[in-house]
Design a protein around this ligand. Structure first.
Ligand code: URA
Length: 433
């Protein structure tokens, strides 16, 4: 077998055999296939794509290039969740305790934020003492006892993806839906859960900017999951507008607490209930309607919040800040952003809001940036709201006073105020299974 022939075959749009695909992935990981040959292969896939079977074989080969986590020590069906990332997306920390309170098992590995998107692990670390690196035994023990634990990625998950992504990044091949689907799903297959719920964000603050692309990505990922023996569902949810009213790590944890106590923003609560219901549905807790009902009840009867507190305690976190959120250290500087005109908010650019939050110190510009947990934004007026000139659109929080003028200017630019009430944007656009 020669890599030259395989590249040539894909260049002409032909279907690769399982053996050829495995040869490419293994050869590249082992250093037998050069970067320039792999780059040509990736570009051929960019132009010609892969069918569902090829994609499943590619993804499985990428998953098997490193550790395949064995979750069999955790009793019952395990359900994972993946979000393609957004602004104000704190859903994992709300959904995991809901699913756990309803009898599900969530052994979740999450990531850190980079650029305008936040990461669940950073948000968790805003809780003093919270450990996000646990050894396998401790992680499994917490999930067995409480039904959920969330930690940072451990082990050597899908090293082929890491190596391929680094090459895609410098060869203009990141924006290929098949390559994105295989990249995300290789890590999900390696993470070992039985079922996978995908939250594919769509809109200005998302990786996928259009609904058509989001649906295509969702369908490809669902097909990879199903063709790899994992029950998989994808929800396409909005990320044109930030989710909830808080952006920034401590501020988002406070919003998580409110939502689990039944006092969260309507958009965040609704998205979380739909995602949680689908996770419960995947692990056979009943019809979607029933799963929605038990998810709602877990908020009403306080069991989901109790589970969150227990999970934080088990991971070493200080639960007093959850029981009294005024105990979170607050940012030394705050500044209101004021509406310049009367009218409706007709646009609220989620990506720009994420950039503002990053400038304030809540996100990372580079991998080595230090996060200010107290920094961020509380949004007072959202898309569709009527505002009067002089109203407070948002409050910016930071430890860097010098960042405030630019952050304020950019936040004003992210908001467009118009005369006509804009059409409602759905929170959930589609469900793919
Ligand atoms: N996220 C991933 O993990 N991989 C991609 O290719 C794009 C986004």
């Amino acid at each position: 077998m020669r890599i030259f022939d395989i590249i040539n075959k894909k260049k002409h749009g032909k279907v690769l055999t399982d053996t050829e695909i495995k040869y490419v992935v293994d050869g590249f990981v082992q250093g037998e296939i050069a970067d320039y040959q792999m780059a040509a292969m990736l570009m051929a896939i960019w132009f010609k794509g892969m069918n569902d079977h090829e994609l499943a074989v590619l993804t499985q080969a990428m998953a098997k290039s490193g550790d395949m986590i064995d979750l069999s020590a955790i009793a019952g069906k395990k359900v994972d969740k993946h979000s393609t990332g957004g602004v104000g997306d704190k859903t994992t920390l709300i959904i995991a305790p809901i699913v756990a309170a309803c009898g599900g098992k969530v052994a979740k590995m999450s990531g850190r934020g980079l650029g305008h998107t936040g990461g669940t692990i950073d948000k968790m670390e805003a809780i003093p003492g919270m450990k996000t690196a646990l050894d396998k035994e401790e992680f499994f023990a917490i999930v067995n006892k409480l039904g959920a634990a969330v930690i940072g990625q451990t082990g050597n998950l899908a090293p082929a993806d890491k190596k391929i992504y680094a090459l895609r990044d410098v060869t203009a091949t990141v924006d290929s839906i098949p390559l994105i689907a295989s990249s995300i799903m290789s890590k999900k297959l390696a993470a070992g859960s039985d079922c996978i719920l995908l939250d594919v964000k769509t809109g200005s603050g998302a990786f996928m900017k259009t609904l058509d692309d989001s649906i295509e990505l969702a369908q490809k990922m669902v097909n990879i999951g199903e063709n790899s023996g994992k029950k998989t569902v994808a929800m396409i949810t909005d990320m044109d507008v930030p989710l909830g009213h808080a952006i920034g790590n401590s501020l988002e944890i406070i919003e998580v607490v409110k939502t689990l106590q039944g006092q969260g923003p309507q958009d965040l609560t609704e998205v979380c209930l739909q995602l949680a219901a689908n996770m419960l549905y995947l692990i056979d807790k009943g019809s979607l309607e029933h799963c929605r009902k038990i998810a709602e009840n877990s908020i009403k009867d306080g069991s989901a919040f109790k589970r969150f507190v227990a999970m934080v305690e088990a991971q070493g976190g200080d639960t007093t800040v959850l029981l009294d959120t005024d105990k979170f250290v607050s940012a030394p500087y705050k500044q209101a952003v004021i509406a310049q005109n009367d009218g409706y908010i007709v646009k609220m650019d989620a990506e720009e809001c994420g950039v503002v939050s990053m400038i304030l110190g809540a996100g990372r510009e580079t991998k080595d940036s230090i996060i200010d947990f107290s920094a961020g934004i509380i949004i007072n007026k959202k898309y569709g709201d009527f505002v009067k000139k002089g109203d407070e659109l948002a409050i910016l929080y930071t430890s860097k006073q010098a960042a405030l003028p630019e952050a304020q200017r950019l936040y004003n630019e992210a908001i467009v105020i118009g005369k006509e009430k804009p059409v409602d944007i759905p929170l959930v656009f589609a469900r793919v299974e």
